[in-house]
Design a protein around this ligand. Structure first.
Ligand code: PLP
Length: 405
């Protein structure tokens, strides 16, 4: 029997955020159970609306959206991205250096496809947002992980980052604010990482899709400004800050010394042209989004729903006999862990399955984010604070049962 075999690359690729647990959760829902889902950072599914002026801009331009557009994205949208990035200190940036895609997801793949030769290495955070690992592997690269441990507030150790660099290392990926940990990187740390990239002539790739989602006075430092003349590709989008995941709009902008990145820019343009253009309709929302007030801050400030959700998580952990947490400073997730001194034997995947089967709660195990032998779980902050409080009651019940077994 000659069955059709998929690409061998895929044997190494996982995406558990929508993986086997999610499929099991759908089966349970179909059988009539009500599942509290904390697995996907998809604000529209939890009652968060896209700002009305973005919707209106799209509606007003429907008739202009019928032809293919420019391969790098609408000029007016790219002008707004250039203005935002220049205001953040990006150097040598114009519309030629901005690429819009069908979500940051498409651009992560494109950025690595344009860069990697087979066997080239990419420095990735562990935990990571798993698409970064997947896109590295699918483009014949090799992930090399630097650790972002809870003991170090989930921040990278620059000495460790540098120790991983070899002759095949091409790029350093930063996710800031971080998914899944919620860490927000201080400027001094970014300066050290930029110095490493400069010393070893690495391309910096900064996934900044959560740039404006910050709690408790945390400050986001755009990488482009710190990078200065060092080539940096910075990613942003409408999915999270503007609660518009379904629009599928993201962008990346290449700053720094153009003499060092000209051929890479041309490669990005070729790949952008091969996919013809990003979805035109939704790009009309980019300029009004970037030129309007950042309404997400009403949600993250005291009194806002995301602020209250984060508070409910912090309180849930404080009341737990088993859990510990570095409170998230940004993004839409918490990454608590089960303490080894309270529950010695712990398998995050087995726990997540039990939590789903026994208590109707869907979370993502930490190992899904390319952390070996994790004691962590990732929860989104998107359910209501009351639902999150209930989730902690149910998690505690399962943990207590496991401790007694
Ligand atoms: N990067 C990070 C860190 C994310 O968390 C996500 C989505 O959750 C993405 C990229 C993909 O976003 P998009 O909807 O723009 O494809």
């Amino acid at each position: 029997m000659n069955s059709i075999q998929p690409s061998a690359h895929l044997a190494q690729v996982r995406y558990e955020i929508r993986g086997a647990l999610t499929r099991r959760s759908r089966e349970l829902e179909a059988a009539g159970r009500e599942i509290i889902k904390l697995n996907i950072g998809n604000p529209g599914r939890y009652g968060f609306a896209t700002p009305a002026h973005l919707r209106e801009a799209i509606a007003a331009h429907l008739a202009d959206s019928e032809p293919y557009g420019h391969e790098q994205g609408l000029e007016s949208a790219r002008e707004a991205i250039v203005a935002q990035q220049r205001a953040r200190g990006a150097r040598h940036l114009d519309v030629e250096h901005v690429f819009i895609g069908n979500g940051v997801s498409e651009l992560i793949d494109l950025s690595l496809r344009a860069l990697l030769q087979p066997g080239d290495e990419v420095l990735l955070p562990s935990p990571d947002y798993p698409l970064w690992s997947a896109a590295t592997i699918l483009n014949s690269g090799v992930p090399r992980y630097y650790r972002c441990l809870a003991e170090n507030a989930h921040l990278p150790d620059p000495d460790e980052v540098e120790s991983l660099i070899g002759p095949r290392t091409r790029a350093l990926v930063l996710i800031n604010p971080n998914n899944p940990t919620g860490a927000v990187y201080p400027r001094a740390l970014l300066e050290r990482l930029v110095a490493i990239a400069a010393r070893h002539r690495l391309l910096l790739l900064a996934d900044e899709i959560y740039d404006d989602i910050l709690y408790d006075g945390a400050v986001f430092q755009p990488l482009a400004e710190v990078a200065g003349e060092v080539p940096a590709l910075c990613f942003g989008g409408l999915s999270k800050v503007y609660r518009a995941c379904g629009y599928r709009v993201g962008w990346m902008s290449l700053s720094g010394d153009p003499a060092r990145s000209r051929e890479y820019r041309d490669a990005l343009q070729l790949l952008a042209a091969l996919r013809l253009c990003p979805n035109v309709t939704a790009q009309w929302a980019v300029r009004p989004a970037l030129e309007g007030a950042p309404t997400i801050r009403e949600l993250t400030a005291p009194g806002g729903r995301l602020h209250a959700a984060r508070q409910a998580v912090i309180e849930g952990v404080a009341a737990s006999d088993f859990l510990a947490l570095v409170p998230p400073a940004g993004a839409l997730y918490a990454f608590p862990q089960v303490r080894a001194d309270r529950l010695a034997a712990f398998d995050d995947e087995a726990f997540a399955l039990r939590l789903l089967e026994e208590e109707n709660v869907l979370v993502v195990p930490g190992t899904s984010f390319n952390v070996p032998a994790s004691r962590h779980l990732r929860l989104t902050l998107l359910p209501t604070p009351a639902q999150l409080a209930e989730v902690f009651v149910r998690m505690e019940r399962v943990l207590a049962r496991m401790a007694e077994e």
